[in-house]
Design a protein around this ligand. Structure first.
Ligand code: CAA
Length: 384
């Protein structure tokens, strides 16, 4: 029996802000953003979008294609939760109209937790192969205005269906793990923007990669030279280049240049979306599926990282025929339909983001589900 990713679909916030605009207002060379960190745009959420509406938009094509039969678990991975107690998975369950015979739970560890959710899902399907698990990764990545992280903000969601005999990727059993209790990026309960020690976080990311890779090897994982591609967590897409260089140095000293060229297939969406925390690594995978060559039967590596910090390296094999099952232009169309916002509107929206008490939101999203506001401390969602 093989288990893995049977389907994948993504969504993004409905607004777009360019880093050229940000650089112009900061009076700096845009090359720092375009080449230095590898970002050209960031997706922003409209007033009536959040992690649940993006998740619903990402999951809709999967439910349309496969129905909900067999889905008895929904795991919602996020850094930007909307309630301290109630799982976003339960709210999403209601919004999607799933049957009551479902366990719904939210998991957290910065940008890493969707990978933990997938590992949990693999265990559930291994015990009962008739079950399928809907894994959601959805985040709004926010930093303070004028901070080092500002240019890396973004928003996006990925929905993954984990099942037996998957149509896209068979996940291999070996996994390399690394955890260290550090403060490189975190967000106390009273803040909607992250605190970050930016350069230190890059170092910890690379240390976690090396640790997870070494453990992957110790667990009997595949040789680096057998990977057609590696999908990295991409807080900014140049981070994937730094990661590939580090991995090549320790695992494949002669293959470095060749392998960096191969990253191009995995960065197309994140370059334009910005950081989407939990969703970022799976947007890298979707970019490879949609924009890369047919790699049927080839091995893909995954390095998942969450600050704080946890890293995991695992692998999978692309299922022959997977290219026929991807929705090649779906995310590209959504990206093209985002409404551009200029600098003043971007700043205004950033400052107005934290609303308290009861309020209603403006009707802005192009998605089928909108966040209508808060009434008596309860978040309200409506379907068009
Ligand atoms: N043309 C081309 N390149 C230029 C340039 C120009 N005009 N100006 C600068 N650059 C290059 C620099 O040389 C540098 O390249 P290297 O990294 O190869 O040295 C790059 O652009 C960035 O420049 P700086 O290092 O000066 O940038 P910075 O210090 O202002 O910001 C950062 C970098 C600290 C990573 C910042 O983006 C940040 O704080 N980001 C948020 C934290 C983050 O994403 N950390 C990643 C690991 S943590 C993680 O992965 C979890 C998560 O999702 C947050």
């Amino acid at each position: 029996m093989t288990i893995g990713i049977h389907d994948i679909s993504a969504a993004t916030g409905g607004l777009v802000f360019t880093l050229a605009d940000l650089a112009e207002h900061e009076g700096i060379d845009v090359g720092k953003y375009h080449r230095g960190i590898g970002q050209t745009e960031m997706s922003l959420t409209s007033e009536d979008e959040d992690i649940v509406t993006m998740a619903a938009r990402a999951a809709a094509p999967i439910l349309e294609r496969h129905g909900s039969t067999g889905i008895r678990t929904v795991v919602f991975a996020t850094e930007s939760g909307i309630d301290q107690s109630k799982a976003a998975a339960v709210t999403l369950h209601g919004v999607l109209g799933l049957p009551p015979e479902v366990r719904a739970v939210e998991v957290k560890e910065a940008c890493y937790s969707a990978t933990a959710a997938i590992q949990f899902a693999l265990g559930i399907v291994a015990r009962r192969p008739s079950e399928r698990v809907l894994v959601i990764a959805s985040d709004v990545a926010r930093y303070e205005l004028n901070s080092s992280g500002e240019a890396t903000q973004g928003s996006g969601a990925v929905a993954l269906l984990i099942a037996e005999d998957p149509a896209l990727l068979e996940i291999e059993p070996e996994s390399g793990l690394w955890t260290g209790d550090v403060w490189d990026f975190w967000r106390p309960n009273d803040r909607s923007t992250a605190l970050v020690d930016g350069r230190y976080s890059v170092q910890v990311y690379l240390d976690a990669l090396e640790g997870a890779w070494n453990d992957y090897q110790a667990q009997g994982g595949a040789e680096f030279s057998s990977f057609a591609r590696v999908c990295y967590h991409q807080p900014f897409t140049r981070m994937a280049v730094k990661a590939q260089q580090r991995l090549a140095r320790i695992a494949d000293p002669d293959g470095e240049a060749r392998d960096i060229d191969r990253l191009a297939d995995t960065v197309e969406y994140n370059t334009r979306i910005g950081n989407s925390y939990t969703a970022s690594i799976y947007l890298a995978f979707l970019s490879l599926l949609d924009n890369g060559p047919d790699l049927s039967g080839e091995r893909v590596g995954f390095f998942s990282y969450g600050s704080g910090a946890v890293g995991e390296f695992f692998s999978g094999v692309l299922v022959p025929g997977y290219k026929d099952r991807v929705r090649v232009d779906a995310l590209e169309r959504m990206l093209a339909s985002r409404r551009p916002v200029a600098y003043d509107e971007y700043r205004h929206r950033h400052i107005a983001y934290d609303r308290v008490g009861d309020f209603e939101t403006a009707d802005e999203t192009q998605g089928a589900v909108r966040f209508a506001g808060v009434s008596e401390h309860k978040r309200q969602y409506e379907r068009r």
